[in-house]
Design a protein around this ligand. Structure first.
Ligand SMILES: [Ca+2]
Ligand SMILES: [Ca+2]
Length: 299
């Protein structure tokens, strides 16, 4: 399927047509680099992703005892909360909004309590594609204490209009998301999305995007925007997949992480697996959420 200029595609599934030789980034180099000013809890931690990655047992038991939750904004196809109570329980709650048919938060969106459906311009961001539900479950599996801001930007065909993406990024920043997950990619860039990302980074938000599944040497957009963490995929043993873009890892923010056959919840119910740099990005966002959680609770 071709990529329209103004849209991005979900990055599920891999194409085995690349032959790039891959190198793994050092985990120890990976620290959130956002210019966090108003978000002091993002800085000055002794925990690193390397430490986190080596402590699966510790991560598994992370449940927030209190304090502000770590919020991951999921810009995707929505979340099937009807069939998955665990995902329903993990939704972010907008403290500025209540279910009364009134725009309490005065942002032009009526009853945006758990997020927004930018495709339908309504508060019901249910999944109609399946991708978002899988990504949501990968993030919550990695970071059980996380709260998901459900921002539907992708339609039932897995296509996301750039207008929706930039508006959703703005929404995530305005509503204090800690991490923005973009399991999507496009061959061409978009100025409004780039500007929105730059504003997010300036606000100290961690932005993660899929590097792409077409085996290219470079990450797709928006993973290639400076400051964005580009997630490439490895198998369970850490071998880089040939279809994962940007494998040379020359950029300091290209991260290689397990992205094959990850357990994921399916739209409509039940369990499955998913493979791709989308999954890798969701996995990385979950790790970042854990890192932020540990930082917050070490104070
Ligand atoms: Ca509102
Ligand atoms: Ca309301």
């Amino acid at each position: 399927m071709g990529l329209a200029e103004s849209t991005a595609r979900s990055q599920a599934g891999g194409l085995a047509d690349g032959t790039t030789q891959w190198l793994s980034n050092s985990w120890s180099e990976l620290q959130p680099s956002g210019k966090a000013k108003r978000r002091r809890r993002h800085q000055g931690s002794s925990a690193s992703l390397a430490e986190l990655a080596q402590q699966p047992a510790r991560l598994k038991n992370l449940v927030a005892p209190g304090g502000p939750p770590i919020v991951v904004a999921l810009l995707d196809s929505g979340i099937d909360t009807d069939h998955h109570q665990s995902l329903s329980n993990s939704l972010w709650n907008n403290s500025k909004e209540s279910a009364d048919g009134i725009d309490n938060s005065k942002n032009g969106m009526i009853d945006d309590i758990t997020g927004w459906n930018f495709v339908g311009n309504n508060p019901w961001a249910n999944d109609d594609e399946g991708h978002g539900t899988m990504m949501a479950s990968i993030i919550t599996r990695q970071a059980p204490m996380v709260r998901l801001m459900n921002l539907k930007v992708m339609d039932a065909n897995g296509t996301a209009n750039m207008r929706y993406i930039s508006a959703a990024i703005d929404y995530a920043v305005e509503n204090d998301a800690d991490v923005i997950n973009l399991s999507l990619g496009a061959r061409s860039s978009d100025a409004s999305v780039t500007r929105a990302i730059e504003k997010a980074l300036e606000a100290g938000v961690i932005v993660v995007a899929a590097s792409g599944n077409n085996g290219g040497k470079k990450s797709l957009f928006p993973a290639n925007v400076p400051g964005v963490w580009s997630a490439g995929a490895t198998d369970r043993k850490g071998n880089i997949k040939e279809w994962s873009n940007g494998g040379q890892g020359k950029g300091p923010q290209h991260v290689l992480i397990h992205g094959t056959k990850l357990k994921a919840l399916k739209m409509g119910g039940g369990n499955g697996h998913t493979t791709g740099t989308s999954a890798a990005a969701a996995h990385l966002s979950g790790l970042f959420a854990n890192l932020l959680y540990l930082q917050q609770n070490q104070r």
